[in-house]
Write a protein that binds this ligand. Structure first.
Ligand SMILES: O=C(O)CCC(=O)C(=O)O
Length: 240
């Protein structure tokens, strides 16, 4: 799935490659998927997931130079907001810098310790120049909570919990800030229904997008979509 930056689409009038901010769901791309299978990554992932490892969510992130509207920012959020599977402690994200990332090109920003809290309500932030599709922000977090900017060199990888509140800053350079990431989960995890929970609105949004783009049936659930996307990378597909 190719995602584009909202401000660049508006400025350019044509959907050209300058607007491409992300390629998501590359689990069927032989070359990109090699990242998810790297032994040097899985060595750490299995400390969280155990031996049965699924790649659930894959992203090649290409944060474009900001068009002056600050839309290249990624609002603070918890990744679990998007996931209808549990337990959270058996899910982990690996995020690898493909070049040096720092405050100039919009490095990751994390709120240490927040992974010990609960999943919070998320909404689209009220940014005056708009916000990219699916970039929900966490509501009601402590704005005085210490923040850490993760300055990373090319190839550095950070592993983080799906409840950790994180986001990324504006890309104030002329280059595209590139990173690759995979969210892994133990295949022993289980799917949950999200109707009537704080995740209901994201289910509606994702299912609606799936209906428009891929003509999915209206009864498809968020769990169906994630079950379809998940790929085993090591061990056995026991449950998910
Ligand atoms: O790479 C970034 O800028 C942030 C990515 C991120 O947090 C996400 O896609 O969930």
């Amino acid at each position: 799935m190719v995602m584009r930056d909202i401000a660049i689409i508006k400025a350019e009038f044509v959907q050209d490659q300058k607007a491409v901010s992300k390629i998501q769901d590359f689990q069927d791309n032989e070359i990109l998927f090699k990242y998810c299978c790297l032994p040097e990554i899985l060595k750490y992932v299995k400390c969280f997931t155990g031996p049965n490892i699924m790649a659930m969510h894959t992203m090649l992130i290409n944060k474009p130079p900001d068009a002056g509207k600050k839309t290249s920012r990624h609002p603070l959020h918890q990744d679990l907001h998007y996931f209808p599977f549990r337990p959270a402690d058996q899910i982990v994200c690996a995020w690898t810098a493909m070049e040096r990332v720092d405050r100039n090109n919009g490095c990751l920003i994390v709120l240490p310790g927040t992974h010990k809290g609960r999943l919070k309500q998320h909404d689209y932030p009220e940014w005056k120049d708009g916000v990219n599709m699916m970039y929900h922000g966490v509501r009601d977090y402590d704005p005085n909570h210490p923040k850490v900017h993760l300055v990373m060199e090319k190839g550095d990888t950070v592993f983080f919990h799906p409840l950790l509140i994180h986001g990324s800053g504006t890309n104030r350079t002329q280059g595209f800030r590139k990173a690759i990431s995979c969210h892994y989960a133990s295949s022993d995890c289980y799917f949950i229904g999200v109707k009537g929970t704080i995740q209901e609105s994201i289910e509606k949004e994702i299912v609606e997008m799936g209906r428009k783009k891929y003509d999915l049936d209206k009864d498809v659930t968020l769990a169906d979509i994630w079950s379809f996307k998940g790929r085993l990378v090591q061990g056995e597909r026991t449950n998910m």
